[in-house]
Design a protein. Sequence first.
Length: 262
Amino acid sequence: MASPLHLWLPFVFVVGLWWLSTGLILRLVDRGRSPRSPSGVQGRGLLAASFALVVGLSGVVVTREMTTPVGAYLAFVSALLVWSWQELTFLLGLVTGPNRKPCPQVHGLQRAWHAFLTIAHHELAIVLLGLAVIVPTWDAPNQVAAHTFAVLWVMRISAKLNLFLGVKNFYEAFLPVPLRYLLTYFSKRSINLLFPFSVVLASLVAMLIWSNALAAQSPFEVAAASLVGTILVLAVVEHIMLVVPFAPDQLWRWALKTPPVP
């Protein structure tokens, strides 16, 4: 059975990295709201995202044969670096979709199609990044990078569907001004029918992963399951924040405060 230290260390590491990395991305994007040289901000953001992507993809390949706790941590960080590319390019408005207009007065499948067109290029980018992570690690001993990316991918799809169907909180503060048209595709309601299934199913999978961590025999297996299990727990928490009376931006107030323009 895994020792408490081997379980708590990955948990604290992932929570801290999640909070810090999210804040750094929001900080960069928030500065992009300033009227000062927005193109320069986009260029620096793209450069930073591309550098993270190269390092992340290299880390995925290098760590695929590493079956040590260090290998698990490095593979996890590599997957996050790859994921950060699509986060930054989307929030900077560089990779979104062909539709960049508010939602027209349509309903049902037409509204869903218009909503998809707002993020079509973004979704394609995630598919390509997912393949870039999963293919090199296929049948490799270290699957942490692939599992981490898969968790982020599936839970992001779930979050987008729930935003479209209707939730209480929209994470408005996270969207820069040029992307505020996306809010017109969200529905404001207390909860939707998909939401309970999303949370319950993800929670059950998280419990299964954590049970594997508790029963793991090697330090690598403990670290691998704990890292993936924690990021899934955080994704469930992010889902819950969509429907509870809580402003998620409170967690990253330091990152969302744009300095005044002289």
